[in-house]
Design a protein around this ligand. Sequence first.
Ligand code: GLY
Length: 365
Amino acid sequence: MQSNQIVIVGGGVIGLSAAWRLAAAGHAVRLVDRTPGRGASWVAGGMLAPVTEAWPGEEASLHLGEESLRRWPAFAEALAAEGGDPGLSTAGTVVVAFDRGDADQLAVVAEYLAKVGRAAEWLTSRQLRGVEAGLGSVRGGLLVPGDLGVDNRKLLRSLQVAAARRGVEFVEDNATAIEPGRVRTPAADLDCDVVVLAAGAHSGGLHPKLADAVRPLKGEILRLRARRSSLSPPQRTVRAVVEGRPIYLVPRVDGELVVGATQYEAGFDETVGARGVRELLEGAERVFPSIGEYELVESAAGLRAASVDTLPFIGELEPGIFAATGHHRNGLLMAPVTADAIVASLSGEKPPAEVEAAHPERLEH
Ligand code: GLY
């Protein structure tokens, strides 16, 4: 196996996962980020649900997402042993339908799940209330038991601990420029064999090939907590489309409920807007009316690394620079398969076949 000096730019879920796995594979790794473990990964809902999270036209990323979902249980188990429990949930997803149109859409989702060998069950309104008591006035819904979820903040802490234990050196600064085998920060030039560009929404500004390919896509979320007198949050992730806007409610084991997410083109603006909060609350109350009584604990915004074709960029941009960015709405989901692909590629081995479609060479065609 080759052993390389690697500098990773970006300490979100992708950069941290890559750092941990690369160091475990025997590479010497430095990770550059002023605030590792923050950014979009800190704001994420944590759904690991490739099919129900896909938007129309995103079929190309479904295969990659499904492959990464298969890798999640082993990834989480290894991480729990080295960095602490990342809070993997196996409770599954419920996607609710309010009307006939929603139900027809869910029939298409169920068909796709069956095609890829995944279980899904249509439940009537009454059956649905048997599994999630607090749902609003829904027509029915699809129960998808194989979807997973992860506590994004526990995951990020765990990855930082595991990476540090494996000898990753954290450089708490911002990268201002990269070139083959070198990362510049205001304080130093960091030389290496390979730069891994995992700077999320900021990646487009760090390499000319990504300038028009990766852009920020703002998302706002809320965190709520049930009061002692109110109904407990749902046990599973609950998804719906309310007035044309997709919404998700993701429960955490500590009793918090994450409600997300808006989706706007707003450049690098990371402020939370009143309209976003209103839309999320209105949507969430329609799905799960008791939310109106909950305590609002936090509102936050993050910048997804949107990719021009919704597929990430995983592969060599040029000799000495490897891309791992542009994961769009799927950073947490795709972390294991991305990390495995980076380790294989930088160790002289063959990356997983499913990652081929995500190679940045597609930008040249
Ligand atoms: N994957 C959740 C989101 O992007 O909002």
